[in-house]
Design a protein around this ligand. Structure first.
Ligand code: NDP
Length: 244
């Protein structure tokens, strides 16, 4: 991999597993100074040890506004600037609407929608200063809704809309906005679903195809971030070839 991101400071949320972890490593390999954020700090410490370049682990709960502000401040304090945000932290609790436990809806909205918005709010002033980039990880579920993923889809449609509005607000100030919409990626995402029928269905879908690996999405993010400054890749829909 080339080192086109040499000395760029990038904050990755949800870096303790899956897509965020792979992205943090890929960015580090490309020369970036990575701030890896999440709640599971022991996972983040392991990641820092594995990273080929300088990396800072920062505890972050995106649902807690003070935690968000502290994490962004820690990144800027350590490296003096912020060139990109990969707003990746997210949660999927699949289930039908009829008979749902609505506490799960609150958790998804607070994490995927409000949490992502809080992180963007804290990071954007720094990105305006550096003419940086804002990468929002949405989903194919942010384009196509399906039964069993109503609330997850609603959060992803919502955050895609938010990112497009942010793009219109900041593109003339030199900030590039990239929405990434992965299809089925093999990660821990489906493990949190409490409904056993939904979990079995997800496992079955996973076994029925050659799923994406977290590194596939990390590569797409690095691709977007390594374009020349006048090139803004606004949307990347990346699905497994086998996913209809
Ligand atoms: P993982 O479950 O492996 O990763 C989710 C990450 O989000 C974890 O690192 C977790 O860290 C973090 N996270 C969750 N809640 C919070 C919180 N309150 N505060 C801070 N961090 C939090 O799944 P993926 O890697 O698959 O998911 C990453 C993103 O990709 C999500 O936004 C997901 O919706 C999206 N996506 C995934 C797809 C897939 O098929 N896997 C498809 C389309 C989109 P910690 O627990 O340490 O806080």
């Amino acid at each position: 991999m080339n080192r086109k991101l040499e000395s760029k400071v990038v904050l990755v949320t949800g870096a303790s597993s899956g897509i965020g972890r792979a992205t943090a490593l890929a960015l580090s390999t490309a020369g970036a100074l990575v701030v890896a954020a999440g709640r599971r700090t022991e996972n983040l410490q392991e990641l820092v040890e594995e990273a080929p370049g300088e990396m800072l682990a920062v505890e972050l709960d995106v649902t807690d506004r003070e935690s968000v502000d502290r994490a962004v401040a820690a990144a800027v304090e350590r490296f003096g600037r912020l060139d990109a945000l990969v707003n990746n932290a997210g949660l999927m609790l699949a289930g039908m609407v009829v008979g749902a436990n609505t506490d799960e809806w609150v958790r998804m909205v607070e994490t995927n929608l409000l949490g992502s918005m809080f992180v963007a709010h804290a990071a954007l002033p720094h990105l305006v200063e550096t003419h940086g980039a804002f990468v929002q990880v949405s989903s194919t579920s942010g384009r196509i809704a399906s039964a069993g993923a109503a609330v997850y889809s609603a959060t992803k449609f919502g955050i895609t809309a938010f990112a497009e509005a942010v793009r219109q607000e900041v593109t003339s100030r030199g900030v590039r906005v990239v929405v990434v919409e992965p299809g089925f990626v093999e990660t821990e995402l489906t493990d949190h679903t409490t409904d056993p029928v939904m979990r079995d269905a997800a496992d079955q879908i996973g076994r029925s195809m050659r799923t994406l690996q977290p590194e596939d999405i990390a590569d797409a993010i690095v691709f977007a971030l390594t374009q020349p400054e006048h090139v803004s890749i606004n949307e990347l829909l990346v699905r497994p070839t086998d996913q209809v």
